[in-house]
Design a protein around this ligand. Structure first.
Ligand code: CP
Length: 318
């Protein structure tokens, strides 16, 4: 693998999940693979899980991680070509990406959507610039439109907790949040669930006006009645996102969309999933996240193994 930018960069989700579960049994077995190799983790936005699990994965592979909080500590970058740089931006991404490529064998980037300019966000301004100007592989640690390391961790978690019986019903449910959040997690989860070789039944439920990009949800059933969507589900994956149509706006904060025990009761004993961080009693009631069907902590643990299998594949190709 050259870059890991989207879940579609994996040759097979099912096979990658299997390999990740094998790595989890003996995470230090490939220590020699990353010896004398450096990964630079550039954070333009905050993180807990991605920051620590990606470093942990790199260390498991014998790599040296370097972390930079680019948003707070780096020079402000210019991304436009041909700009007269006489305003606030101090460095062009062209030089920055080429310079960092000399220090690092892999560059990992977290850069969220600004949620002000849909076209700019869809063009993946930061990630695409690093792909264009860096001379080493790029790892997406959550970009404007996708969070493929999270989606792979989600696929691993589903594999580990799925019932043995049937075609799985996987529901992606919007839930309320007071602030405007990006679409990346919902997008990548939908893409993963729809592309998974096991052929999940994928249902997405949200209030009207919260439709995700149709290209990314093609093949899913959109159900505006949340409780109906939950009927017979095996996994409830919850996430807030802002409006895509009325781009970046909070159009609905209806607390009746919060995940509660009475909604979980109509599922087929579904597991509850969320990528974290989560606002308790806004997105999900304590009674659900604290229940034995909640697998959010195990899901977060799998972030290490999703990063590790991806880094392993990139290292094997260096
Ligand atoms: N799920 C996730 O990406 O967590 P962080 O934002 O804490 O990295």
């Amino acid at each position: 693998m050259k870059h890991y930018l989207s879940i579609h960069d994996l040759p097979s989700i099912k096979d990658t999940v299997k390999e990740a579960i094998e790595i989890k049994k003996n995470p230090l077995k490939d220590q020699a693979l990353g010896k004398n190799k450096t990964i630079g983790l550039l954070f333009f936005n905050n993180s807990l899980r991605t920051r620590l699990s990606t470093q942990k994965a790199a260390l498991n592979l014998g790599m040296e991680p370097i972390v930079m909080n680019f948003g707070a500590e780096g020079w402000q970058l210019e991304f436009e070509d041909g700009t007269i740089m006489d305003q606030g931006k101090s460095e062009h991404v062209k030089e920055a990406a080429e310079v960092i490529s000399q220090y690092c064998d892999i560059i990992a980037i977290r850069a969220f959507a600004g949620l002000e300019d849909k076209e700019k966000d869809e063009a993946e301004e930061v990630l695409s610039a690093f792909v264009k100007y860096a001379t080493v592989p790029i790892l997406n640690m959550e970009s404007s439109v996708g969070h493929p390391l999270q989606a792979l961790a989600d696929a691993i978690t589903i594999e580990e907790h799925k019932p043995a019986k049937k075609k799985l019903k996987v529901v992606l449910s919007w839930a309320p949040h007071p602030r405007a959040l990006p679409h990346a997690v919902g997008n990548s989860f939908a893409e993963m669930a729809l592309a998974h070789e096991d052929g999940f039944e994928v249902v997405i439920t949200h209030p009207k006006g919260y439709e995700l990009s149709p290209e990314r949800t093609k093949g899913a059933r959109i159900e505006y009645d949340q409780k109906k969507a939950f009927e017979g589900a095996d996994f409830i994956y919850t996430k807030n996102w802002s409006s895509y149509k009325d781009y970046g706006k909070v159009a609905n904060t209806d607390s009746s969309w919060m995940i509660t025990a009475d909604k979980m009761a109509v599922t087929d004993n579904a597991k509850f999933m969320h990528c974290l961080p989560v606002r308790r009693n806004v997105i999900v009631a304590d009674e659900v996240i604290d229940s034995e069907n909640s697998i959010v902590i195990k899901q977060a643990n799998n972030r290490t193994y999703s990063a590790q299998i991806v880094l392993k594949k990139i290292l094997e190709n260096l």
